[in-house]
Design a protein around this ligand. Structure first.
Ligand SMILES: N[C@@H](CCC(=O)N[C@@H](CS)C(=O)NCC(=O)O)C(=O)O
Length: 208
């Protein structure tokens, strides 16, 4: 059976779309990586998106909204989700732990006021980032003593999701992983995966 035709709509940034791009790259799937400008968003795309937000993945012209639903769908298609219900639930837990720092980032992006932005970066640095990193370190240590991956014995969407988030959060928080040795080693392990390194080297350059 032939694969569906995939088109991913997002801004020209990593943000909530990068893990899906990475999954497609790792699996060697063809897809259209559509990166829109703010002007195109307001003038053309927004009205057509089911929840008036991106990312949206078109699967044979049918839109799928919500970044984590998209990532899970693509992970299932490409075999980067769990092998059992329990593994899938553990992967979901890792992805949900990251909600805390997403909230600060959404607030940061939602305002153009530098003072308000600074207050949200402070929340991220002092509260959300330590909480999320500490929780991720704990979940990681529950599997293979923290020396492998979050779930099972191979890389899954949980590892890729955390890797992509850390790349973005590091643009705002210096020494993010300094106190979390297993998480830091996981980040390096994912970064040194041949296909991940290839994507990082060849993708469009964006700050976050
Ligand atoms: N819960 C949604 C949130 C999506 C979201 O916040 N998208 C932002 C970009 S990261 C957006 O579309 N902003 C433009 C707007 O809301 O007009 C998801 O995870 O996909």
């Amino acid at each position: 059976m032939s694969k569906p035709k995939y088109k991913l709509i997002y801004f020209n940034s990593k943000g909530r779309a990068e893990v899906t791009r990475l999954l497609f790259h790792l699996a060697g799937y063809d897809y259209e990586d559509v990166r829109i400008t703010d002007e195109q968003w307001h003038c053309k795309y927004k009205l057509d998106m089911p929840c008036k937000q991106v990312p949206v993945l078109f699967i044979d012209d049918e839109p799928l909204t919500q970044s984590k639903a998209i990532a899970r769908y693509v992970a299932k298609q490409t075999d980067f989700y769990g092998q059992t219900n329990s593994q899938c639930a553990r992967i979901d837990a890792v992805m949900d732990v990251c909600n805390d720092w997403h909230y600060s980032m959404v607030k940061w992006f939602g305002t153009g006021d530098p003072e308000v932005q600074e207050s949200w970066v402070r929340v991220l640095r002092e509260e959300a980032a330590p909480t999320v990193c500490s929780n991720l370190e704990t979940l990681l240590r529950q599997n293979n003593g923290g020396d492998g991956y979050f779930v099972g014995d191979t890389i899954t969407v949980a590892d890729l999701f955390v890797f992509c988030d850390i790349e973005v959060i590091q643009a705002f928080v210096d020494d993010l992983l300094a106190k979390y040795p297993k998480l830091s080693a996981l980040f390096d392990r994912v970064a040194s995966n041949e296909k991940v390194a290839e994507w990082v080297k060849t993708r469009p350059h964006t700050k976050y």
